[in-house]
Design a protein around this ligand. Structure first.
Ligand SMILES: CC(C)(COP(=O)(O)OP(=O)(O)OC[C@H]1O[C@@H](n2cnc3c(N)ncnc32)[C@H](O)[C@@H]1OP(=O)(O)O)[C@@H](O)C(=O)NCCC(=O)NCCS
Length: 435
């Protein structure tokens, strides 16, 4: 398990700003943009809105999960393609769906160690721009062609190719260890934990209705930028396009299972959709924020990462990480005013909530005498989650942090627990606090 110890006094990570693009279903208005394009649009706007001079930043920590064809170091691109000075150092991080949580904790650790004072931390994803790979034999033939010295050699290389070598390979969405997709793994969790289709659809409905309510009440206005979509700038994306305020339980119940067509319970309605978008935070040493007279949105109080065998319940990482984050924060679940849980699938959320409350899970899996406890539904994902808002993998963590801190502010409350499950059996949990 990772360690994020309590930072030295004054070097707590203050989150002074957070912003995201609208989250759009892949293949819609952002389809011509890459993750780098989306990230650069977002970072430029975030820096403009945060109100600090660009020289105040000393690092960018940024990630993407689906690799980019051309830009392999998205962190540095966020400097080179924005108004940030080129002297701002940068690196790229990846932790699957917890990538921008990783960016935040990396920034917090660097701040605590005194290496960084102010950083941009976030992530961007374009599923519309997912790379398509050449077959290994085609790649080898192309490399050999470059070295060929005569037309005869080139012809014989080309003649060695068979039609199936020319068929492109889509990116693997499977877990390499188990060969199962995320959806198939979530389906297994639903079966093992007895999570019904009805319960999943109800959670999905709640996610949509809460997200639609939040948009309607203007609660996302300060968190979501408007994007005039390049290159023509004629279309403006100003809202998420996945949220459905008019969905019903009956409509959700009518959808067919997608990952296990015969016996399954997971549908397009109770799974997070494939999404394009970007989100980022401005993270600063507490002392510096105070010296500048800034009022941070909140602070990172503690963090924990955990991992389990992917053959076990792949997306149950939050149930392992949350108790550690709370312990490090010196707080209990009951102290949390809000709980933000990434919704990869409704079945995964319900499985984790079940594990939080289970004495046998606590004893057998965590070696703890007490379970974490029940999450009060009135505090869970109060403005909707990834099922309704969408899930651009690397952006989701930063979206959740911004959303939780703004909501704590509106409610004048203090603590939020935030959890993310991720590929590889990874889990992340944060405790955020506001003063
Ligand atoms: C589940 C998945 C395969 C569905 O993809 P899709 O088929 O493109 O989904 P669509 O948005 O087209 O929805 C399919 C249908 O369900 C309907 N639908 C989806 N959500 C709905 C809702 N909330 N209410 C009512 N209908 C809904 C759509 O209208 C569509 O209907 P149509 O076929 O009549 O047009 C895809 O979103 C996916 O792979 N998700 C998982 C992503 C993942 O693995 N994430 C990892 C998490 S860690």
């Amino acid at each position: 398990m990772g360690t994020t110890e309590a930072p030295p006094r004054g070097r707590r990570a203050a989150i002074v700003a957070g912003l995201r693009t609208p989250f759009l279903k892949s293949g819609t208005a952002f389809q011509a943009l890459s993750a780098v394009d989306l990230g650069a649009l977002l970072v430029n706007e975030l820096v403009a809105r945060a109100g600090l001079p660009p020289q105040a930043y000393d690092a960018v920590i940024f990630g993407q999960v689906v690799p980019s064809k051309l830009a392999t170091l998205i962190g540095r691109e966020m400097v080179l393609r924005t108004q940030l000075p080129r002297s701002v150092e940068a690196h790229t991080v990846a932790r699957a769906c917890a990538t921008s949580i990783q960016a935040l904790t990396a920034a917090a650790d660097a701040i605590a160690a005194g290496r960084v004072t102010c950083a941009v931390a976030g992530g961007a994803e374009s599923i519309s721009d997912a790379p398509v790979f050449a077959s290994r034999r085609l790649a080898q033939a192309l490399a050999a062609l470059q070295k060929a010295r005569s037309a005869g050699q080139r012809l014989s290389i080309l003649a060695s190719l068979r039609p199936r070598d020319l068929v492109p390979e889509p990116p693997a969405l499977k877990e390499p260890t188990t060969g199962l997709t995320m959806g198939q793994s979530a389906e297994r969790m639903a079966q093992q934990n007895g999570i019904s289709r009805d319960a999943q659809d109800e959670l999905a409905l709640g996610s949509h209705l809460k997200a639609a309510g939040a948009w309607q009440a203007g609660r996302f206005d300060a968190e979501v930028m408007h994007v005039a979509v390049p290159p023509r700038f004629e279309q403006v994306a100003d809202r998420d396009n996945i949220v459905r305020g008019d969905t019903t339980l009956a409509a959700l119940a009518g959808l067919h299972p997608v990952f296990d067509r015969r016996y399954g319970t997971i549908t397009a309605g109770n799974a997070s959709p494939l999404t394009d978008g970007a989100a980022a935070l401005v993270v600063m040493a507490e002392q510096k924020a105070r010296a500048l007279g800034l009022t941070p949105l909140g602070y990172l109080r503690s963090a924990a990462y955990a991992a389990l065998d992917p053959h076990d319940q792949l997306l149950q990482g939050p149930a392992y990480a949350a108790p550690v984050a709370l312990e490090r924060a010196g707080l209990r679940l009951a102290d949390m005013d809000l709980v933000e849980m990434h919704e990869a699938f409704a079945a995964q959320v319900l499985s984790n909530l079940q594990a939080f409350a289970s004495p046998s899970f606590a004893e057998e899996k965590l070696g703890r005498s007490e379970p974490l406890g029940e999450v009060d539904p009135a505090r869970l994902n109060v403005n909707g989650g990834s099922i309704a808002l969408g899930h651009p993998f690397a952006a989701t963590g930063a979206r959740m942090v911004t959303q939780a801190l703004h909501e704590l502010g509106r409610r004048r409350k203090q603590y939020a627990l935030l959890t993310v499950c991720a590929a590889g059996g990874l889990g992340a949990a944060l405790v955020l606090e506001r003063e």
